[in-house]
Design a binder for this molecule. Structure first.
Ligand code: HEC
Length: 125
């Protein structure tokens, strides 16, 4: 009996752990601007310190600390990309090298929306 109660309590937790974090609602009213996003990506936001991306390779060398992000439009939807950019730790765990850009105030909500717009347009080639 006690075991049954324990299992019943654990099941919902396991179901939640299986679902990748998502943030469905845009953080700002202004629609994300992909052009501003790509400039942040290769510039002030410092994404290319850790990531390569064939799209911006021509702008300079990319880092190899994080995975290549060239296929993201196919891999993640906007809600997942938003969650990764707001708080990578909540998605990849506390050990991740990727900064929690939104949660730690490194990027503004509009910066994040612009990056989501850019990344969600990347398609496999
Ligand atoms: C200090 C290094 C670092 C920086 C800076 C960084 N990332 Fe990451 N990123 C990582 C690592 C490492 C991972 C892999 C997640 C893990 O397993 O820890 C990752 C994963 C990702 C993923 C998921 C990719 C996949 O294939 O699953 C996305 C999307 C992403 N980063 C976007 C960005 C964007 C956009 C920026 C700039 C705002 C950025 N990252 C800046 C290190 C970084």
């Amino acid at each position: 009996m006690r075991l049954a109660i324990l299992v019943a309590c654990l099941l919902p937790t396991l179901a939640i752990a299986d679902t990748p974090p998502r943030i469905e609602a845009p953080l700002t009213e202004t629609r994300g601007d992909g052009w501003r996003g790509v400039n942040l990506y290769a510039g002030d936001a410092g994404c290319t310190d850790c990531h390569t991306n064939p799209d911006v390779a021509a702008m300079g060398p990319g880092g190899d600390l994080g995975p290549e992000v060239g296929l993201l439009g196919a891999l993640y939807d906007r809600a997942e990309l938003r969650a990764i950019l707001v708080d990578a730790r909540s998605v990849f765990g506390d050990e991740t090298a990727m900064p929690a850009f939104g949660a730690d105030g490194l990027l503004s909500p509009q910066d994040i929306e612009d990056l989501v717009a850019y990344l969600s347009e990347l398609q496999p080639r």
